[in-house]
Design a protein around this ligand. Structure first.
Ligand SMILES: [Zn+2]
Length: 351
């Protein structure tokens, strides 16, 4: 069957049951052919049901696109209809390919899924929501990559059996958040189980492989919403705090502090991702300014940092046993986004 491309309202393109010879020889060739955010529909064995999967909402997070390309090339027939939504085609295509989260000067598409749908990214978000309304899927995945390397995890605003079952197609860690940012996963409020999947680092082959294997499970299982069918037990981490570094602070990654930085982490700090750190295990070192260069934020509120971290002899220790994740050794991300997230070792919120 030849692809049917219909340029619709100048916002989205459509591919229906695309044949492998229309997909390029590689995901990169395929991306070169795509002209705008694209909807791909694949007919399933049971045409009365549909599952949706969005990806590439951030143009520098390719695992989901790689997985969809590979899966389409293999010509699977899914158990139910599949609706793929490729959001950030514009930033992804800007050379060097897959290097930009959003177009320069543009909005973060995964903050645009709420009123007032301003600017081009708002229009794309609204068009994606319209597609979902029309398709009425039984569930929705949004597949991303993390900034640093580290194990995969899922994020949800709703922690119930259906959301845990969806997460378990990819990972055994589910982060539940009460924060509302205008992210696509907030589609969960439409009574459609929705989870974000963070597959691991954008450069990691194992993240691409995980996205593919999860998609195979998502497409081939007759029931993806029952916990009895889940592959793994899911650990739920509730309302993590964000630990941020002051924008004028300096950070270095060294085995011992040089004495010139406000914060020093060991180069292997990423090994702390999803591990439990006890109050007698040092995480790193602070400089002259102590903990003042760090902020703990929960639900958009600034909290007392000393309930999270404490300083002894210039070293940083957890104030209680904590579980940390999304630690990065990329100093640009550490400063522009956040240093790491943390919950109590039990998975409960610190605040
Ligand atoms: Zn992302």
């Amino acid at each position: 069957m030849d692809p049917v491309i219909v340029s619709h309202s100048h916002t989205l393109d459509y591919l229906n049951n695309p044949s492998p010879r229309t997909l390029g020889r590689s995901p990169l060739e395929w991306l070169n052919q795509l002209q705008r955010p694209t909807v791909i529909r694949v007919a399933g064995r049971d045409p009365s049901r549909t599952r949706a999967m969005a990806t590439l909402l951030h143009g520098n997070e390719p695992s989901g696109l790689f997985a969809i390309h590979r899966w389409l090339m293999e010509q699977h027939t899914p158990e139910v209809n599949l609706l793929f939504l490729l959001g950030g085609v514009y930033p992804a295509k800007i050379p060097p390919t897959f290097s930009l989260r959003q177009v320069p000067g543009g909005r973060d598409l995964n903050r645009c899924f709420k009123e007032p749908f301003e600017r081009e990214e708002g229009a794309i978000a609204r068009a994606i929501l319209d597609e979902l309304q029309t398709a009425n899927p039984e569930c929705l995945l949004d597949v991303h990559n993390t900034s640093g390397t580290g194990p995969a995890f899922a994020v949800t605003i709703t922690n119930d059996a259906a959301h845990q079952a969806l997460a378990s197609l990819f990972t055994d860690r589910l982060i539940m958040t009460d924060l509302r940012l205008g992210a696509l996963m907030e589609y969960s409020e439409q009574e459609v189980p929705t989870v974000t999947i963070e597959c691991g680092g954008a450069q990691d082959d194992h993240a691409h492989q995980l996205a593919y294997e999860g998609l195979v499970r998502y497409a081939s299982q007759s029931d993806v919403l029952s916990l009895e069918k889940a592959e793994w037990n899911v650990a739920v981490l509730r309302n993590p705090i964000r630990v941020e570094l002051a924008s004028d602070a300096t950070i270095e990654y060294r085995l011992t502090p040089s004495g010139h930085a406000d914060l020093t982490f060991p180069p292997d700090i990423e090994n702390r991702n999803f591990g439990i750190v006890s109050p007698d295990e040092p995480l790193g070192w602070v400089g002259q300014k102590g903990l003042d260069v760090l902020t703990a934020i929960s639900h958009n509120r600034t909290e007392n940092m000393e309930q999270v971290l404490q300083i002894r002899d210039g070293r940083i220790y957890p104030a209680q046993a904590i579980k940390t994740f999304m630690i990065t050794t990329n100093p640009v991300i550490a400063k522009s986004d956040c240093l790491f997230y943390a919950v109590k070792a039990t998975g409960d919120p610190i605040f």
